[in-house]
Design a protein around this ligand. Structure first.
Ligand SMILES: C[S@@+](CC[C@H](N)C(=O)[O-])C[C@H]1O[C@@H](n2cnc3c(N)ncnc32)[C@H](O)[C@@H]1O
Length: 326
């Protein structure tokens, strides 16, 4: 059995001040305003149009959080801030934090949501703010480029020639899969607004001749095909159980005999109490989507079996489920 939490740890779990200080600083773009050369508070306040004495309080807290340095009256970026929180840096991750900040008010309605079961929003971010959604996908793409090729290799897709990446986002998986399997061609189906980013990432990877963009809504439009592989990566938690059942059935119809459906998602374990990150992500999905949910591998296996797939397996624990079309 795991040990009991200390009182300090309980307090720590309820402590979000530093979180909101960081998110607000990113929203105000404090780090970009400071950039490479330390500056006085008057200068920073002028650049971001803030109240000088109030801003000084925020900057001092950021110094204590090791995100800024302070020498005399001058505030500078720490090396981590310079690398990840200044907008023109190639390794800027602020978009992800801006998403967290944009979702702040939804979290404020968690109590009401738990009491009534009613959601705080009526659409997810890719519909309400495609620009923010794409910026977040661009950050996740940079991070995902490191793990994508290993994922592709573990799936052992040698011999497959046609891949459909449903809700493929920035094309992270399609690109990695095409890089690993030289005979593979891919189609990325996603909402038209998202595909503007995808077009760029595919061009950057030099894969325009092997990856095709398919603008559409996977719940409404035909999927095309036949394909050897259909991938659904991190899309099903935005949808209801029935929408997922219908989409899996549609994927089945778009596959050639012998073709595989691979579903990668954040699944909960049987008890619903792990993996720990996914239990919190489930609440995030509850407050920030209209009807999304984190499901169990068992649910995904049921969607596949009921759609006609055979050899349905949990390929990777709480992460990947696969089925083969007979
Ligand atoms: C969390 S991202 C996952 C992106 C990618 N599959 C990955 O694993 O990196 C969810 C993607 O689903 C797309 N999406 C959501 N609803 C969709 C719909 N109804 N039709 C097509 N794409 C959709 C979004 O635009 C977004 O790119």
């Amino acid at each position: 059995m795991s040990r009991e939490l200390s009182l300090a740890e309980v307090f720590q779990l309820g402590y979000y001040w530093e979180t909101k200080i960081l998110l607000t600083a990113v929203k105000l773009d404090v780090f970009s305003a400071i950039d490479e050369r330390p500056k006085a508070v008057q200068d920073i306040a002028g650049r971001i149009q803030a109240d000088e004495p109030t801003l000084a309080l925020l900057l001092n807290a950021l110094v204590a959080m090791k995100l800024l340095t302070k020498e005399g009256d001058l505030y500078g970026n720490s090396s981590a801030s310079l690398k990840h929180l200044v907008r023109h840096s190639a390794q800027y991750v602020g978009h992800l934090l801006l998403l967290h900040d944009a979702e702040w008010n939804n979290w404020g309605q968690l109590e009401e949501t738990i009491r009534t079961g009613r959601r705080a929003v009526d659409r997810h971010v890719f519909e309400t703010d495609p620009e923010l959604g794409s910026n977040v996908l661009a950050v996740l793409h940079r991070i995902g480029q490191q793990s994508g090729p290993d994922f592709a290799k573990r799936l052992k897709l040698t011999g497959s020639e046609r891949l459909l990446d449903l809700g493929g986002g920035a094309g992270t998986n399609a690109i990695a899969f095409c890089q690993v399997y030289s005979e593979l061609r891919a189609t990325v189906l996603d909402l038209p607004a998202t595909l503007k980013l995808t077009e760029k990432t595919i061009k950057d990877a030099g894969l325009e001749s092997r990856i095709t963009l398919y603008p559409g809504d996977f719940n409404r439009d035909q999927l095309g095909g036949p394909y050897d592989v259909v991938l659904m990566s991190d899309i099903l938690h935005y949808q209801t159980f029935q929408m997922n059942q219908d989409l899996v059935k549609k994927a089945f119809e778009s596959l050639a005999p012998g073709g595989r459906l691979i579903v990668k998602d954040r699944f909960l374990d049987e008890a619903g109490t792990g993996p720990a990150w996914t239990t919190a992500f489930t609440i995030h999905i509850l407050v920030n989507t209209q009807h999304g949910s984190c499901y169990k591998c068992r649910d995904a296996m049921q969607w596949l079996t009921q759609s006609g797939f055979g050899s349905v397996v949990e390929l990777e624990k709480t992460a990947v489920v696969q089925g083969v079309k007979p």
